[in-house]
Design a protein. Structure first.
Length: 323
């Protein structure tokens, strides 16, 4: 029986320790160069856990290197560098995700989470406009919510001006906060409505008491608020009618006074003014006719009195007697 001869397998020769040391040192330099990249600024804020993992891996490499385990140090440095590269490659997506998360948390009034998310975005890109806006709004949110609560309490107590002031202050802190704008719009609408109702009440009271000037002023205030309101238009018609009647009554009184003193030209003028207001005013139509007759009579008398010699003739004298 032939003897079995074991087959010899050629194993690769181990690398000299000097080569491993150089490779480990090169891997360390690669890691350090990547760590210094501007894209990783603020990484301890926007990727704290992953950053700490990379640093811990690099620290292990330092320990291996210090104990002469250059092959393990090489592997650790390469792993740490790969972790940093992954961080750098994921930065853009992290920024997008953090920004969206920040707005979501702000929408839910989770202020601390929103602030943290926006700060992470700004750590990645310090001049990010949207993140700066979000951070400012997030930092103001607690005060805004407090002001909305104060406004709601004032509104419940029917202190509308105080409520409007609270909501306005909230909007100054965060002009884009929709609930504050909606609350302020509601209060302003109620204040306008109350101003309208107050003006209409004053107009009607003044109209009923015959204070037409005050009624007109109040109605003008109401018209500036709701010019097309049916109540405004109806009240305006009532006011116009009352003003016309008041003017007619005044002209009637004035005409009577002129008639009493037989100032027929002035009486006729008052009647004409009355007819200009209401052409169907009976007192003015009959009064003007009477005044015109008296004016004509006076004119005829003056005609004879201005030349009394005419009365020496029979016909003029007879006419004068008739007159």
């Amino acid at each position: 029986t032939s003897r079995m001869v074991p087959v010899k397998i050629n194993q690769p020769a181990p690398l000299p320790s000097g080569v491993l040391r150089n490779d480990a040192e090169q891997a360390l330099q690669d890691f350090l160069r990547l760590r210094a990249q501007p894209g990783l600024r603020g990484v301890e804020v926007w990727a704290a856990a992953d950053w700490q993992a990379a640093m811990a891996t690099a620290a292990k490499g330092d320990d291996f290197f210090g104990h002469g385990h250059f092959d393990q140090a090489l592997s650790a440095y390469q792993d740490a560098r790969n972790k940093l590269q992954t961080l750098l490659d994921s930065k853009s997506q992290r920024l997008t995700d953090s920004l969206a998360y920040g707005w979501q948390m702000l929408q839910e009034n989770s202020v601390d989470l929103a602030v943290s998310a926006f700060e992470q975005v700004l750590a990645m890109q310090a001049d990010h406009v949207d993140a700066r806006l979000g951070l400012a709004r997030a930092k103001a949110r607690n005060q805004v919510l407090k002001l909305l609560q104060q406004g709601g309490q004032a509104e419940a107590a029917d202190e509308l001006l105080s409520a409007a002031d609270a909501y306005s202050t909230a909007l100054q802190l965060d002009p884009a906060y929709i609930p504050a704008q909606a609350a302020l719009d509601k209060i302003n609408a109620e204040l306008v409505n109350r101003a309208f109702q107050d003006a209409m009440s004053r107009a009607l009271r003044s109209l009923d008491s015959g204070q037409l000037g005050q009624a007109e002023d109040a109605l003008k205030a109401a018209m500036q608020i709701y010019p097309d309101d049916t109540a405004v238009q109806d009240t305006q018609q009532r006011l116009i009618s009352a003003q016309r009647q008041s003017a007619l009554n005044g002209l009637r009184r004035h005409a009577r006074q002129r008639v009493s003193s037989e100032d027929w030209p002035a009486a006729a003028e008052s009647y004409r003014k009355a007819l200009a207001i209401d052409s169907q005013a009976t007192f003015a139509r009959s009064g003007l006719a009477h005044a015109q007759q008296r004016l004509q009579l006076h004119a005829q008398l003056d005609h004879y009195l201005s030349d009394t010699m005419r009365l020496s003739s029979d016909e003029p004298l007879e006419n004068a007697h008739k007159l």
